[in-house]
Design a protein around this ligand. Structure first.
Ligand code: ZN
Length: 363
């Protein structure tokens, strides 16, 4: 659910956050009315802390030239979706550490504030906080303490669990990248992440803590994806893009029908066809066709064509990975000095990566 937009970044609330909010409201109204306002305050603090944590990541990323499109807020942290891939380990390090650092800054600011101004703060309970009942009382009765506590938990949890795709895992990967390079660093970080995930899952299971078990699953899947991406990135770097270009692309025009498109695809065994436009290029894909009832196949392609960015031959391979493998474009036009020289097909790219892997695995 989109909440608002700030500095060109769309802020989304993940459904789990909304669900948690309703569960909390329901629980409080039914069973715990006396703590209603303090609990809602804590919830708002959690939202704000996660929000500013993510915003800190994004601000540093934007500053490093990586455009952040969207932030999704989850109760345990957030996910930033960026347009570009982070290339330099130093940038990844700074972006990853910015979020937890913000949380620690809040902790520090509150401690400073309460030591200078006599504000309500549970000094007298400090050495009994290991008692869950005392902790709950302190959180419910002292808003400044609950804000401090939330930020401390968020900061520590995100930074000191060295598991991808969490901040601590990214910091670890970035640090390992300096001597080892991205691929090797990701492999090591991912292995650590998976071991941690298994440990967290067992721990969550034994303690009956569902949230912990879910985080473990999230860490496991996330680290798997990170490794996959790093492998592809490394392989693509070695690939000569020239070898993957199809210099004789199958072209169709906007005025042809979907039926024509299908016939051409079938004839040439292509997943997608290129459509030159007045401005730039578009494509029509087999998966688009499969989603349209055959009774509508006499419509012009125009209506279903998808605009695609063209790739300049001089551009980095990163751009191609991002567009094809992350955004899922199945065909991209390649230009040189503004003229079309060919296309790259995703299938061909994936095959080339496979060949590269086999070549290296069996020297
Ligand atoms: Zn973070």
């Amino acid at each position: 659910m989109k909440v608002f937009t700030i500095a060109d970044i769309e802020i989304d609330l993940h459904w789990s956050f909304t669900l948690l909010f309703f569960i909390v409201i329901l629980y409080l109204t039914l069973f715990d009315q006396k703590n209603f306002f303090s609990s809602i305050t804590i919830f708002v603090f959690l939202f704000l802390s996660v929000f500013f944590h993510e915003l800190s990541h994004s601000m540093v990323a934007q500053n490093k030239g990586i455009k952040v499109k969207k932030i999704i807020l989850l109760p345990i942290g957030g996910v930033s979706l960026s347009e570009g891939l982070i290339e330099k380990p130093k940038d990844e390090f700074l972006i990853a550490i910015a979020g937890p650092l913000f949380n620690f800054l809040i902790v520090f600011a509150i401690l400073l504030l309460v030591s200078v101004i006599p504000l309500p703060f549970p000094y007298h309970l400090m050495n009994q906080l290991t008692d869950p009942y005392v902790l709950e009382q302190a959180l419910m009765s002292y808003p400044l303490f609950s804000l401090l506590w939330l930020n401390l938990i968020l900061g520590v949890f995100n930074l000191f669990v060295p598991a991808l795709p969490m901040d601590g895992g990214r910091v670890l990967r970035a640090l390992l990248s300096f001597p080892l390079g991205n691929l090797q660093a990701t492999r090591i970080a991912a292995t650590i992440s998976k071991m941690l995930a298994v440990f967290l899952f067992v721990l969550g299971f034994l303690l009956g803590n569902i949230i912990l078990a879910l985080i473990a699953v999230f860490v496991f899947i996330g680290s798997q994806q990170e490794t996959g991406l790093a492998v592809i990135k490394a392989e693509l770097k070695k690939l000569n893009i020239y070898d993957v270009i199809n210099f004789r692309p199958i072209i169709i025009s906007n005025e042809n029908t979907l039926k024509d498109a299908f016939n051409l695809m079938q004839l040439y065994k292509k997943e997608a066809l290129l459509i030159p436009q007045k401005q730039g290029y578009a494509i029509i894909t087999l998966s688009t066709l499969s989603s349209i009832p055959k009774s509508e196949w006499n419509t012009e392609i125009k209506k279903f064509a998808v605009q695609v960015p063209s790739i300049n031959l001089k551009e980095k391979t990163d751009k191609i990975i991002e567009l094809m493998l992350l955004k899922g474009f199945s065909l991209l036009p390649i230009t040189k000095d503004n003229t079309l020289i060919g296309v790259i097909e995703r299938e061909a790219l994936e095959k080339a990566i496979e060949f590269q892997k086999v070549k290296e695995a069996n020297p």
